[in-house]
Design a protein. Structure first.
Length: 101
């Protein structure tokens, strides 16, 4: 993951998730399942994926509207119909105006 200290409301923050899985061969879709700090779940469409398993997403308005930990989990759909959630990562988002050490 990149950009370790991000604040709520940030637009344009890039997150990279290394999965170690080929995300191109036989793959029909990749999404990022996102559990927000309040427990709600949404999905983000990656900007790019590659054969070495890196998923890249750049935040847009409304993505990071809560302070706390976001849990991001790439989900891969294969051409044979299989759907595989991959390893989840935690992404802490700092509330605006909160001072950090």
């Amino acid at each position: 993951m990149t950009n370790p200290e991000i604040y709520t409301g940030t637009v344009g923050a890039e997150v990279e998730i290394a999965t170690g899985t080929d995300l191109v061969t036989g793959v029909t879709a990749v999404t990022i399942a996102v559990r927000r700090p309040d427990g709600t779940v949404t999905a983000w469409e990656p900007d790019s994926v590659d054969v070495i398993g890196v998923v890249v997403y750049t935040t847009v308005a409304g993505d990071l509207d809560q302070g706390g930990t976001y849990t991001l989990q790439p989900v891969v759909t294969y051409s044979n119909g299989e759907v595989w959630p991959l390893g989840a990562v935690a992404w802490p988002i700092v509330p605006r105006f909160q001072r950090t050490p």
